[in-house]
Every structure is written in C-alpha cells, then in structure tokens.
Design a protein around this ligand. Structure first.
Ligand SMILES: Cc1cc2nc3c(=O)[nH]c(=O)nc-3n(C[C@H](O)[C@H](O)[C@H](O)COP(=O)(O)OP(=O)(O)OC[C@H]3O[C@@H](n4cnc5c(N)ncnc54)[C@H](O)[C@@H]3O)c2cc1C
Length: 311
C-alpha cells in the first residue's frame, strides 16, 4: 500500500472541486485497509473513506487527514445471490444482475458511484432503493479494527440514510444482495430507459453530485405551502414534493454563486459551470435553504457529504 501526500480531491470527485488530502491511499484488500488505519493512528490523523466521489463536495482547504479510496471490486453471482466488494461500480453491478437475468437492481440503471457508497446513503431512484435487496453487509470499524456482519434490519436503512451514514467509523467492505429471477431482455430495457431518462432530464454536461437536496415528505410541509404543491406530489419511495419544483418556484432557476449554479435543466442539481469552488457550492446551498425556508417554510436537507466545512 502506497501512501501519497497532498493529492487533489478535485480529481477524485464528480463535482471536480476540492483541495488536497494530506495523505491518500488506495486499498484493494482488508490487510491494506488495516495498514491504512495503523498509518492514520500513527500520525494521529482522521480518516475519510472515498468511493467514486459522486456524493462528496470538498473544501478548497481539502482534508487534513488520510483519505482511503476503496477499491474492493469483486462481483460474484451465486444463483439469485450477488456478492460484491464495496468498491464495485454500480454500473457493473446492474449490468451483472441484468445479464444474469436477476430482478431488483434495474432501478439503478445509470446510477453513478460504488456499491459501498450506495449502501451508506441507501441510494434510490425510480421507486427502488438499495435496501430492498440487501441481505448482509460486512463492515470494518476504523475505531476498533473489528469486522462485523450486519443483516438488513441492523443496517437501519431509511430514506437516504443508514446505520453506516450515522456511524462513519464503519467502512463497508462487501455485501450480499438477494434478487429474484427474471428475463434479461426485459430487465435490460428497463435499465436502459432509466439511463436514457437521466441523459435527457439531468444536467450531465456539467460536473455535479446528483440531487443536492432530499425530496420533501409531504407531512413536513406547512398546510398553506402544501396547497401550492398538491398537484406535484410523487410517491418515491413515499409521498414527497420534488425539491426541484420547490427550488424552481422559489425563483432560483439559474441562480449562481461564483462558478456554482442552480441547473436550468433540473433545479435540484447544482452544477459546476467551470470554475466553481467547494465554497461557492456551499454558499449556494445555504442561500437556497434560506430562500426556500423564507418563502415556503420548508427546511431542505442536503444529500451529499460536505468535507472540510463547518456545517
Ligand atoms: C449524475 C449523478 C446522479 C445521481 N443520481 C442519484 C440517484 O438517482 N439516487 C441516489 O441515491 N444518488 C444519486 N447520486 C448520488 C451518488 O451517486 C450516490 O450517493 C452514490 O451512491 C455515492 O457513491 P460513491 O461511491 O460515489 O460515494 P462517495 O461520493 O465516494 O462517498 C459518499 C459518502 O459515502 C461514504 N462511503 C463511500 N464508500 C464507503 C464505504 N465503502 N464504506 C463506508 N462509507 C463509504 C463516503 O465517506 C461519503 O461520506 C447521483 C450522483 C450523480 C453525480
């Protein structure tokens, strides 16, 4: 395992922002992960675990600790079970399931990121969530060095939440999915539809981190505001008002702070128009939250991880 110094996080995040990680390493085995933990302990520095960087926004100051880039990328099919390393790309996992004629991951067609990142954030789209098929997750504690197997209830999955998100000392190593049997052609066509939908509806031409905010559960919306949005409720995975609609109606479409802009194509995306910094994105997020709260009484919650910021 090779520990590098002062590695730019902009090169490891889909938003293409962020200063240096003081230390950085790639781990392919559990032994390497243990050595990385020992190294961080010897330097008395914090650890940050990175997958594909599709849900991380790093500050210009970067991270004064060790970034561990997870590269456990085996995928194995055993009947209706798929076992995969947490560094496997979701694109590859979806393709493997579809090719094997296994139902349960087609919702994730076009979802960027790693399997571990998807489990940690309970990623979801098109009425599916990773929690629906997870049987077991194996994780390593950077606090104690212990390895533990979590069954599905122990993962405490909720909307874009999990036990691992609430307890970041746990590094997801691998996990097991239980799928059902289906037809490869049909599954491929569903996954491809989702990929196509993303291409046409999302601003993929600019660097971004996907949806900036969680959609808003209807029960948290003040009654007077709900009147305005009642025709826009969707069930995904429970009744919500899409945040893109709320931000658009707050008049923020195209609103810009430095190089960070509320996408004109999809208002729940912030995009990097070329020279954004993490601070621009952070500032824009705070401004959107304020204006949406002032106008509609709605408190927005962010989805991505902000690294190196106070809030
Ligand atoms: C264009 C685009 C579209 C997107 N669409 C969706 C969508 O439809 N639905 C959705 O839910 N998300 C979506 N996202 C967000 C993102 O794809 C998911 O959150 C993804 O699961 C993150 O995986 P990652 O490997 O990139 O994680 P990273 O961005 O690398 O990390 C995200 C967080 O997970 C932690 N983490 C990563 N790997 C591990 C691990 N092995 N163990 C423990 N913690 C870990 C990191 O520490 C960090 O806190 C989208 C992003 C983009 C750029």
């Amino acid at each position: 395992m090779n520990i590098q110094e002062n590695v730019s996080l902009a090169n490891y995040t889909t938003f293409k922002v962020g200063g240096p990680a003081r230390y950085f390493c790639n781990v392919e085995t559990i032994e390497e992960l243990r050595s990385a933990r020992d190294f961080a302990n010897s330097k008395n520095c914090p650890i940050f675990v990175l997958g594909a960087g599709s849900n991380v926004i790093a500050s210009t100051a970067g991270f004064d600790g060790l970034v561990i880039h997870i590269d456990f990328n085996s995928i194995e099919v055993d009947g209706r079970v798929i076992r995969a390393g947490s560094g496997s790309q979701m694109y590859d996992l979806v393709d493997t399931a579809v090719t094997a004629g296994l139902v349960g991951l087609e919702w994730a067609g076009g979802l960027p990121g790693t399997f571990g990142g998807a489990i940690r954030g309970n990623a979801g789209a098109f009425k599916g969530e990773i929690k629906d098929t997870i049987q077991f997750v194996t994780a390593f504690s950077t606090a104690t060095g212990e390895i533990k197997i979590f069954d599905n209830p122990a993962c405490e999955f909720e909307y874009r939440e999990s036990y691992f998100k609430r307890h970041p000392v746990w590094v997801i190593l691998n996990a097991e999915l239980l799928l059902s049997s289906g037809n490869t052609e049909q599954l491929r066509s569903i996954a491809d539809e989702h990929i196509e939908f993303r291409k046409t509806r999302h601003p993929l031409e600019y660097p971004n981190a996907g949806s900036m905010f969680k959609n808003v559960p209807i029960q948290t919306i003040p009654t007077a505001t709900m009147e305005l949005f009642k025709d826009f409720v969707k069930i995904d995975p429970f009744p919500v008002v899409p945040t893109g609609k709320i931000i658009q109606d707050a008049g923020l479409k195209g609103y810009q702070v430095g190089g960070a802009q509320v996408s004109e194509k999809h208002c729940n995306y912030i995009v990097n128009r070329g020279n954004a910094s993490g601070e621009d994105i952070h500032q824009l997020v705070l401004e959107i939250k304020k204006q949406v709260h002032d106008k509609f009484g709605i408190t927005l919650e962010t989805e991505p991880e902000f690294l190196g910021f106070d809030t």
